[in-house]
Write a protein that binds this ligand. Structure first.
Ligand SMILES: *[C@@H]1O[C@H](CO)[C@@H](O)[C@H](O)[C@H]1NC(C)=O
Ligand SMILES: *[C@@H]1O[C@H](CO)[C@@H](O)[C@H](O)[C@H]1NC(C)=O
Ligand SMILES: *[C@@H]1O[C@H](CO)[C@@H](O)[C@H](O)[C@H]1NC(C)=O
Length: 288
């Protein structure tokens, strides 16, 4: 199953975003839990729902598998008017400066194929497990935050405006040497809490990602695991998992209003669709 790798499976949910990546667990230590279905916390007129969105890139028969997994526009069979009709994350017309990423990997678009390649139809499924606990007085709710190393935070008066690109391109630098490409932003946290869980969502080529506190302390570094074999989940040279921080709840505390710094690091070579997301779970209180 070479055509699925960690880089290719993302699942987004509007109300509740949970990691997502194969080889990366998202188990929440007891007594912390994500609260769901509390009628006092659901806005009037809204309904809570789950959404599971699977992104799969089939690289069978692709002329260039690596470019295909990076959703490189020039390696896709794009419709003629692609650049005229596609809108970017800010709802602006995509310009030809856009070299690759999510917008070139839309549903039903196909990577350029080796001539004559015939791929049998394949079914793909996602296996997941959700554990429920009935809410009781011992459960402590956690909040899930997704930070993005492309977030150009702005403010309007006291209001903080996030402006995330979700993905970025690492330019060809021509022998960038051994030091990685670093994408970095400062992201204020309106509300803090105790760090319960942290991990990065990144793609193949990742070196690592680190979240720092305002005083420079390291809150969590997430490092990659690359595959070494052929079997599903261990494909050679593909990213197959990112490490997780499970600090002892308590000592790592983010303060209200603290400005965090997120650095995502990739090998310094041309890459499109790079992501540098950091998922953190924060508890605003600790068990008594
Ligand atoms: C699409 O863009 C090209 C070049 O930018 C232009 O020549 C063409 O007329 C456009 N087509 C449409 C349908 O807007
Ligand atoms: C800032 O807020 C004011 C008042 O809500 C609004 O009129 C203005 O458009 C905002 N500016 C930006 C840059 O968002
Ligand atoms: C993350 O990568 C940087 C750059 O290669 C390196 O200096 C640092 O030691 C790495 N951190 C960890 C915890 O692996």
């Amino acid at each position: 199953m070479e055509f699925i790798s960690n880089a290719m499976i993302l699942s987004f949910s509007i109300l509740l975003l949970l990691p997502k990546s194969r080889g990366t667990t998202s188990k929440i230590p007891d007594p912390f839990a994500i609260e769901q279905g509390n009628p006092t916390k659901i806005k009037n007129g809204y309904e809570e729902k789950w959404l599971l969105n699977i992104m799969v890139i089939d690289t069978r028969g692709a002329q260039d598998k690596k470019a295909c997994t990076q959703c490189r526009c020039d390696h896709m069979n794009l419709p003629k008017d692609f650049y005229n009709v596609t809108r970017d994350i800010h709802n602006q017309k995509l310009t030809t400066n856009y070299k690759g990423g999510l917008f070139c990997c839309q549903d039903n678009l196909q990577c350029k194929q080796i001539e004559g390649f015939q791929g049998p139809r394949r079914m793909v499924s996602l296996r997941y497990k959700i554990s429920w606990v009935d809410w009781n007085i011992y459960q402590i709710p956690i909040k899930v935050y997704i930070l993005d190393s492309t977030d150009k935070v702005r403010s309007n008066g006291s209001k903080i405006l996030h402006d995330c690109l979700a993905e970025y391109t690492i330019p060809a630098t021509g022998g960038g040497g051994d030091s990685p490409h670093v994408q970095k932003e400062n992201i204020p946290m309106e509300k803090g809490g105790y760090l319960i869980y942290g991990t990065a969502h990144m793609h193949s080529g990742v070196v690592n990602a680190t979240l720092y506190g305002q005083d420079g302390r390291t809150l969590c570094t997430s490092t990659p695991k690359y595959g070494t074999g052929k079997e599903a989940g261990n494909e050679k040279a593909y990213l197959i998992g990112m490490s997780i921080c499970y600090p002892q709840p308590g000592p790592i505390k983010i303060h209200d209003g603290e400005i965090l710094t997120l650095e995502s690091r990739y090998k310094n070579e041309f890459r499109t669709g790079a992501m540098g997301h950091f998922y953190i779970y924060l508890a605003e209180e600790l068990p008594q």
